[in-house]
Ligand binder design. Sequence first.
Ligand SMILES: Nc1ncnc2c1ncn2[C@@H]1O[C@H](COP(=O)(O)OP(=O)(O)OP(=O)(O)O)[C@@H](O)[C@H]1O
Ligand SMILES: [Mg+2]
Length: 322
Amino acid sequence: MTGALAAHDLSVRYETQHGAVHALRHVDIEAHPGEVIGIVGESGCGKSTLVTAMANLLPPNARIDGCISWNGVDLAKLDAHRQRLLRGDEIALVSQDPMTAFNPVLTIGDQLVDFQHHRRDLGRAQKRARIAAMLGRVGISDAERRMRSYPHELSGGMRQRVAIAAALLTDPGLLIADEPTTALDVTMEAQIIHLLRELRREYNGIIIVVSHHLGVIAELCDRVYVMYAGEVVEGGEVDAIFHDARHPYTQALLACDPARFHERLDRLPTIPGSLPNLTQPPSGCVYAPRCDRAFAPCNTIAPPLVKLSASHIARCHAVTTP
Ligand SMILES: Nc1ncnc2c1ncn2[C@@H]1O[C@H](COP(=O)(O)OP(=O)(O)OP(=O)(O)O)[C@@H](O)[C@H]1O
Ligand SMILES: [Mg+2]
């Protein structure tokens, strides 16, 4: 594990009344400072589970195996206090529903002051000045008025911007945006993407963007991990994934509509079939039941990780090294 952020052999299952849901299996990913990483895959394939695990915010019914390290430190080995500090100071998650980031009974201004609790060197007035500047940076012009508002008084797009501002006020080394655009209309979505692109230029931490939208990923990211049914099936630089995809699942995603992946698609193109039941994942390749290139071993033997270049990997029996 060499990246500032690295997950190694990471598995997560959720204990439920109907058995354990194997939401993530044997995932390896890494990210380096300055990189923008995209995570793409259809609904239910484990994207939020992965990023929530990285932010150390999984719900109590989650069981985790494997290792996540941040700057060389294994997150699981930290005590609860240090984990909380890390979450508040270094790792920020903007979740799928920005409403969950806020307390409904406090004004935006008061909450954004609280988000800076780690800055003991600053007084309240300085913190408010920092907030006004940050709100301006995320495209909110009447910052003073917004600081007096309550979360429900803001539109969805504005809440999403404020959530991003709140995350940035903590000066995180890792900013995770889980589907930053799902709750938004097309104009808002374009503005948020623009904002993330701007940040990308100024920010030397790691940004992880989770999206259904191939276009968003292609525009914003340096590297992409493609997930299917709880596994990373392919990973590599944006160019390699969009122009030289090797895994049949990635190819199917792109082949559904090759001309449109630079547009903002409302959802991933649909591939015939559906995700396997994650309470009983297939013993062979997870994609085999839907794959038109599957052959005998695919149904019984988990495919190996094939390294196609220094950064391009695919997990497939049909892929061979060049
Ligand atoms: N708290 C939970 N308890 C039980 N199962 C859960 C829980 N959270 C998620 N799951 C299940 O884990 C699997 C992965 O879910 P996850 O939310 O990580 O997927 P996702 O890729 O983020 O999907 P989406 O694109 O819809 O946000 C799904 O089968 C989901 O139903
Ligand atoms: Mg999700």
